[in-house]
Design a protein around this ligand. Structure first.
Ligand code: CS2
Ligand code: MG
Length: 402
């Protein structure tokens, strides 16, 4: 029996921070897992290095489920983003190893392809409506069939989700940038610019929008109702999801489809949302929700309730997570859509072999495992630097929900 011989926690910052776990077996097979928790990266690095790595040495790398249960049940304190991201990194690395040992891509181990490719949505944004429309046009020309649209709310200092340069990096400053927020300005403006997108591009395009947890349930209900005729693919994170029953109120008022879950990390965090059919798309990911093993469990529960998948895929999820996401997306029966932001050229210097993007679809690599390799030499050129996401303050200076 091969055993786990070496466990390395790799931290690099090629344009943004990434934490990667590399597991090596006694047979010399390596597996990679993403462990990046944006803005709190070193907490997961320490969790893995100090508390998990010593438990893995000598274990059988083939026992993925048992290792998952060992780390989840054995910690005593369960769930939470730090724990679930650390478990995810181990889980994904073990799936990568299993695929390499079998000589098969991970999606074959999950039951094989249910579809040829994975529909993705990209991010269009603009400092004003004209810039947003130009950006949507540019993405359409590149072949994207589904586009998320965000524009800067007039009069506010900075709107989250609006790209400044060629690449959009939400965690860009050494300390959190303070951005202003006004719910009334947003609620007046967002339906207006989404209508402009429909006016210019028609309905032959999937249009998405991210509310970033900023609204109360009744405000979200009003927003959803006001954009019903625009037939959004979804409104994302209309209200913070800690309070799962809050979505009942939104549901009562609008048929605009709802997506949530990018900050949720276990099946328990989405259980009520799913079993009461309070959402239409679940956005949990392999990296923050316990790896491929646990994500599959969440998606299977969702399938029972006709809820589709729509995994988070922002730039803070490393190419290892993109490969894991595409492996799951291509296999599950209830796939909906996959977020795709892509990464900077620096990031691709460190991570080689990312899934192929063509005509608004992602295609997995046919290499055994996840098909991603980590370039240590390139990684060493990009040392860790603290980076934070912005925070939002209402106009009276009080902290606002994300
Ligand atoms: C966003 C992300 O992609 C999304 O839907 O909500 O930009 C998210 O805020 C970041 O990934 C947070 O790290
Ligand atoms: Mg989001």
């Amino acid at each position: 029996m091969a055993t786990i011989d070496r466990v390395e926690v790799l931290v690099t910052s090629p344009g943004r921070n990434f934490v990667t776990l590399r597991i090596t077996t006694s047979d010399g097979v390596t597996g990679l897992g993403d462990a990046t928790l944006n803005g709190r990266e070193l907490a997961v690095a320490s969790y893995l290095e100090d508390h998990v790595a010593p438990l893995l040495i000598g274990r059988d790398p083939a026992r993925i489920e048992d290792t998952w249960q060992y780390l989840y049940k054995g910690a005593y304190w369960r769930r939470g983003p730090v724990t679930m991201t650390a478990i995810a990194a181990v889980d994904v690395a073990l799936w990568d190893i299993k695929g390499k040992v079998a000589g098969l891509p991970v999606y074959e181990l999950l039951g094989g392809r249910s579809r040829d490719g994975v529909l993705v949505y990209c991010h269009a944004s603009g400092e004003d409506v004209a810039a947003l429309l130009d950006d949507v046009a540019a993405y359409r020309e590149r072949g994207f069939k589904a586009i998320r649209a965000q524009a800067a709310v007039p009069g506010l200092s900075g709107t989250y989700g609006v790209r400044k340069g060629a690449y959009y990096e939400p965690a860009a400053t050494a300390l959190p940038e303070e951005q202003q927020w006004s719910t009334s300005s947003y609620l007046d403006f967002a339906p207006f610019y989404l209508a402009k997108v429909r006016e210019k591009f028609g309905f032959g395009l999937h249009l998405l929008h991210d509310v970033h947890h900023r609204l109360t349930p009744i405000e979200a209900a009003r927003f959803g109702k006001s954009v019903e005729e625009l037939r959004l693919f979804w409104m994302e994170d209309p209200t913070p999801a800690e309070n799962q029953e809050a979505f009942r109120l939104i549901r009562r008022h609008t048929t605009t489809p709802i997506a949530t879950g990018e900050v949720l990390s276990s099946v328990w965090d989405v259980k009520q949302l799913i079993t009461e059919q309070l959402i239409d798309y679940v956005r949990t990911t392999a990296v923050h929700a316990g790896g491929i093993t646990h994500l599959r469990r969440i998606f299977d529960l969702a399938a029972l309730y006709q809820i589709r998948t729509g995994s988070h895929g922002a730039s803070d999820l490393s190419p290892v997570t993109v490969a894991a996401a595409v492996a799951v997306d291509i296999a599950v029966p209830n796939f909906g859509i996959q977020e795709h932001m892509g990464h900077t050229p620096e990031t691709y210097e460190v991570f080689h072999g990312t899934p192929r993007l063509e005509n608004g679809m992602l295609y997995p690599s046919d290499a055994p495992g996840l098909g991603i390799t980590y370039d240590d030499e390139a990684a060493a050129r990009f040392p860790y630097e603290p980076r934070y996401l912005p925070v939002a303050r209402a106009l009276d200076g009080s902290m606002h929900d994300w």
